[in-house]
Design a binder for this molecule. Sequence first.
Ligand code: NAG
Length: 459
Amino acid sequence: MGKPVIKPLVVLLLSLILVSECAAIHSQKRRMGQRVKLSLEECGELEKLEAIEPDYYRIEAEGGVTESWNHTNKMLRCAGVALVRRTVKPGGLVLPSYTNAPQLMYYVQGSGIQGMTIFPSCPESFEEPEEAGQEYREQHQKVHEIRGGDIIAIPAGIGYWFYNNGDVPLVVVILLHTNNVANQLGTLPRRFYIAGNTEDEHGEGGREKSISGRNVFSGISLNLLAQVFGVRVETARKIQGPDDKRKNIVMVEGGLDVVRPEPGSRANANGLEETICTLRVREAVGSAARADIYVPHAGRIATLNSIKLPILADLQLSAERGVLYKYGVYVPHWNLNAHSVMYVTGGRGRVQVGDNKGKNVFDNVMEEGQVVVIPQNFVAVMHAGEEGFEWIAFKTGENAMINTLIGESSAIRVLPVDVVANMYQVSREDAQRIKEARDQAILFTLPPLEEETDGMAKA
Ligand SMILES: *[C@@H]1O[C@H](CO)[C@@H](O)[C@H](O)[C@H]1NC(C)=O
């Protein structure tokens, strides 16, 4: 009896393995031919960094709020990114949209489900079971359960929607990497809604100018649209949505009814799910269990790169989740090969950044909702306050790496002691002390310091 069942299973597994192998080779080939666009002029003007808030544009919709950061800010232009935050009420549905840039989304809090229009050539992957006499069987693309701490990667031009099925607001911060080879529409972030009647949260002009907007179907004549869909003109008019007052986040009466994976499927999300249309797009980077570095009492750091989440190789993006406990310190370090766009998710912490001329370009106590861009190679240090300090850093390279200046495996530790003695004009004994400082890895704790600025070369 076993045989007939096993054989199809083996064939299925083999073909799934083949499919994923092909995808890996394919994506490797693509990577070789792909380069990030080089040197943005704005990066030359970074004399002073600032903590910025989402005060550019605000859309109050029926089901929640959308806020954007001013994408013409010179730090954001240097990094080639734009940022949006959405706060969705329980029962709120964010209408599907796509953008001209790859996106990384970090869910700060709440829970919900998210669906994507991946990938146009993928077969639909959920189907209602067949029932006798039923005329219509629902089919749709796979749906993910999402919750606070999850990152989702979205390629350029791929649409997605999400829905808050919890009891608290669902908050998500979204980075658009406009300086990416996948974007051929220029540096302005552009969002295309597939439904609704809403302005673009990045529209030029920001809060000073109200920008009216509709969805992608409004650019097509009503009669043609009705013919193409094979629906009545009134229905086509609903698709274009000129009278829709709900904007880009709508309330769903009585809960959203979609076919979706059984609860618990999260647990084996790394198994078969990965090979269904080959690409996994979600990772729980915020979960404590995913930390790469954990130091009791000081904090934890989790990195997410293309090795852990292969789709990031195509997006050329990666991320770091940092949590510092009371008075925790993240040692001075720099990003080797990427800019770091840091969004504070909670607590308070002092962040200092120095440039290549040895000038301090940033020294601020940051709190929730603020963003700073730490440019490539600039040296940064974070020191948490009493309430701790946590952030998500989006990085503009698929495998962003850091190098530390102090402690285990730091740049100083690997220098010969005599080189250290001569470069700082100190005794061999002191050189050894400098080399061996802070053995506990890259996080430790320090009591609060006076707000001193001794020896700091100010911009
Ligand atoms: C956006 O920033 C630019 C400077 O980069 C400034 O001139 C403009 O007034 C800002 N717009 C809004 C709406 O804040």
